[in-house]
Design a protein around this ligand. Structure first.
Ligand SMILES: [Zn+2]
Length: 410
């Protein structure tokens, strides 16, 4: 294949795949939005049965029926397993220190617990060394990779000082391109009496220190965190420094976050649990992805986001973990897929699409989240014949092999 493509990377064919999820629009895949318009039939996943994938270097160069796979340097048999794009986890908070086991235990035991929530993690994170934070980050990234996640976004937000936020982003940027500045996670406890001064810091000196290490800017738009006007000021300041917005929106209550996200062309509005019809219409008519994070509702016994309502309205939906030590301490995308199918009205095909191509859309990427010529060779193999088993066999560690950038890493 090298001679035909003009490239010189080693070629490898993975053959005998029972079900290949491509998300390739040219195979009838693409967004659930477009498949619904095609009279509701079929899958958004661009499925190929008895399939093969050919990798050259770090990219996919061919997909098709296994019996028609071209000659390659190497050949690996999938032996009837399913292969899907590596998961794209577009929302996590992995630069932190400390532990909130007691808080979770009290919440699930119906006991009052008076410790400080996010503030507990802020104090532990500030006290940690760079080495401790990086070791923690690396541990959770390895954990996510073993469960099939090959692309991840992560945020600051547990430093809340200029130096601590910049440090978190610098550490994250050593491990991913998808780094988000979230100085506006909560008002820093140091500014409890003067939130306006904290917003000035987040949009001024802190932004200047953080922007070189980040691609995105985020704000927690919620009662008790930042209101619509503050969120608009923060995201607008970030845009002026070259950062692109995403928003924690409408998680705990109705609010202005979703409409603001669409107005500012945010890549994603994350959580979307409490939505008005006007919010759903805004998402359906804009380019902002609705990222649903069911690990948070699971871990707080809260009301589920209504994925069915969003999908039926034509909204592009992503599914991610929100992995963080307080409200959603899971790095498992398969777990989130199972929750979305069981409790949020998604079909298994829709949930798998949202955790792969949907996550990529929430990061405005087309080189990940699909297995098609030109995309990165990021593949997850399951010890199961079909991707449906991710929801059908909840809690079972089905991920048996992971390839990232053309290299087998698990
Ligand atoms: Zn979050």
């Amino acid at each position: 294949m090298s001679s035909s493509t003009g490239r010189t990377g080693t070629t490898t064919a993975i053959t005998d795949i029972a079900t290949l999820v491509t998300n390739d629009p040219s195979l009838g895949g693409g967004s659930p939005r477009s498949s619904k318009l095609e009279s509701g039939r079929g899958s958004p996943l661009g499925l190929i049965r008895d399939a093969a994938v050919v990798i050259e270097g770090d990219r996919v160069v061919w997909t098709g029926e296994s019996s028609k796979a071209p000659a390659t340097d190497n050949r690996v048999r999938a032996d009837g397993r399913a292969v899907l794009p590596g998961f794209v986890d577009s929302h996590s908070h992995l630069v932190f220190a400390g532990d909130r086991t007691e808080e979770f235990n009290a919440r699930m035991s119906g006991r009052a617990y008076s410790a400080g929530g996010i503030r507990t993690t802020v104090a532990a994170t500030r006290a940690a060394t760079d080495g401790e934070l990086e070791a923690n980050l690396t541990r959770f990234l390895a954990e996510a990779l073993r469960q099939g996640t090959t692309t991840f976004e992560t945020k600051s937000g547990y430093g809340l000082t200029v130096a601590d936020e910049a440090r978190a982003l610098r550490l994250a940027a050593a491990h991913t391109d998808e780094v988000t500045y979230l100085g506006a996670h909560i008002v820093s406890p140091d500014y409890a009496d003067d939130p306006a001064a904290y917003v000035a810091l987040v949009t001024g000196e802190m932004l200047d220190a953080c922007a070189p290490h980040a691609r995105w800017i985020d704000v927690f738009c919620e009662k008790g965190a930042f209101d619509g006007d503050q969120a608009r000021a923060i995201l607008t300041a970030g845009k002026a420094k070259g950062l692109h917005p995403r928003i924690h929106a409408n998680q705990l209550s109705h609010g202005p976050g979703v409409q603001l996200a669409v107005e500012l062309d945010a890549a994603s509005a994350d959580h979307c649990t409490h939505l008005t019809d006007a919010d759903v219409d805004a998402l359906a008519n804009g380019d902002t992805v609705a990222t649903l994070l069911p690990g948070a509702e699971f871990s707080t016994r809260a009301e589920w986001p209504d994925a069915r309502r969003l999908l039926d309205a034509g909204v592009t939906v992503a599914l991610s973990t929100d992995c963080n030590p307080g409200s959603s301490f899971t790095s498992s995308v398969p777990f989130c897929i199972a929750l979305a199918v069981r409790d949020m009205g998604m079909t298994p095909d829709e949930a798998v699409w949202s955790a792969t191509a949907g996550g990529a859309a929430a990061l405005r990427r087309t080189d990940v989240g699909r297995i098609a010529p030109g995309a990165y060779a990021d593949l997850t193999l399951l010890d199961a014949p079909s991707h449906v088993h991710l929801a059908y066999r909840p809690g079972v560690p089905l991920v048996s092999e992971v390839w990232r950038r053309g290299v087998r890493v698990v």
